[in-house]
Design a protein around this ligand. Structure first.
Ligand code: PLP
Ligand code: COI
Length: 363
């Protein structure tokens, strides 16, 4: 697939050698180390998108008055390239990320990027850095496309007239150091992530900047992650730091509905789609923290898990709030959580059938 833009491709003359790369790939962590290349495309009002290129990874030089530094007009995406058992390198639903990128762009008054250009940029980056796609089971190459406002000036009467789209790549092990170890979550009743009419559904950096204080509070409370609640009553569950949530009632799954205040996760959508094939029923609705706590006490709520590109499927083992604390099930990963995790990873790594055409071959 090619887009109308033609990409200039420059090889990195200082690309790291095999030995150094293999040493890094033996223990990549998450989001710490970047590959040898990056993609850049510029946008100027009147001219549109131009100067598409794959170039050596490296720092940017920007004027201190560049708009993004002051008004945070920026957004990002996150997806992974996987090395399958047959040697193919694939991405999982990259067109869904392209569509969400444009949904976020519309909310942030930024230009949309043609979906084919978004996907082609990632194909070219992965092809240039194909040796960086890990071979270790469960590891992957995390892809981070993003866009920043580049106009220089402090006026806020209009959005920026120029932008830069970029994509970088980072070999990734598990997002959580413990692998599938259940996480302990903190119910944030002091802070709000998103309100109706705001930017909750968009993947803009500001949502994450505003969340760090609550994430720090979670860690102080000996928890791993924040659970965000609705803005009005701090009662209904929305999502986690970088993940959506699913509640398991025996063979019924419930996930908070997309009200505009939570991110429409692609993992969430994939699970809603394939769960029926595993004999589960699914529902998008509303769940309060009382229903969560009472359901665990009575035993009708059997498991809770979080899902997202980085975190894959991660069990929630226990919950803590300002005035309450409880365990989900017996605190260990439940069978439904593990079955969903296995199915999802099976599709991504090519060991299970891809019934929905989600796997996109890159090389
Ligand atoms: N919610 C938030 C706030 C996120 O940052 C993410 C991660 O991208 C998700 C949910 C899960 O989305 P996805 O499954 O598309 O990775
Ligand atoms: C992802 O899963 O891609 C995320 O964006 C989560 C986090 C690293 C921000």
């Amino acid at each position: 697939m090619t887009s109308q833009l033609s990409f200039d491709q420059q090889r990195n003359p200082n690309a790291r050698g095999r030995e150094e790369r293999e040493r890094i790939l033996a223990n990549p962590g998450f989001g710490q180390i970047f590959t040898d290349h990056m993609v850049s495309i510029d946008f100027t009002e009147g001219q549109g998108w131009h100067d598409a290129r794959v170039e050596p990874y490296g720092p940017l030089v920007l004027d201190p008055a560049t708009s993004v530094f002051h008004y945070a007009q920026e957004l990002f995406e996150g997806l992974k390239a996987y090395r399958q058992a047959n040697g193919a390198i694939v991405a999982f639903r990259p067109f869904a990320n392209a569509a969400r990128f444009n949904l976020s762009a519309a909310r942030m008054a930024m230009p949309e990027l043609p979906e084919e250009t978004f996907v082609e940029s990632l194909e070219l980056l992965v092809q240039a850095d194909r040796d960086w796609v890990p071979t270790t089971e469960g590891h992957s190459l995390y892809l981070r496309p993003f866009i920043i406002a580049t106009q220089v000036g402090l006026g806020v009467n209009y959005p920026s007239k120029s932008y830069r789209y970029m994509a970088i790549a980072s070999p990734a092990a598990s997002y959580f150091a413990g692998g599938v170890k259940p996480v302990k979550v903190w119910l944030s009743t002091e802070y709000t992530r998103a309100a109706p009419g705001g930017t909750g559904f968009a993947k803009c950096g500001g949502n994450y900047a505003a969340a760090f204080v609550a994430q720090r509070q979670a860690v102080e409370q000996d928890c791993d992650q924040v659970v965000w609640l609705d803005a009005f009553e701090h009662r209904y569950v929305e999502e986690m730091g970088g993940m959506n949530l699913f509640f398991v009632f025996g063979d019924r799954l419930l996930t908070p509905a997309l009200t505009g205040t939570l991110l429409p996760g692609i993992t969430r959508d994939s699970i809603l789609t394939f769960a029926a094939e595993l004999g589960l029923t699914v529902e998008e609705g509303r769940i309060s923290i009382e229903e969560w706590q009472d359901g665990c006490a009575s035993g009708v709520l059997t498991e809770v898990f979080a899902c997202g590109t980085a975190a894959v499927v991660t069990p929630v083992g226990s919950v803590k709030g300002a005035d309450r604390e409880w365990t989900v099930g017996d605190g260990t990963p439940g069978p439904v959580t593990l079955k969903i995790r296995e199915e999802l990873m099976g599709i991504q790594y090519g060991t299970r059938p891809d019934n929905h055409g989600w796997v996109h071959k890159i090389c």
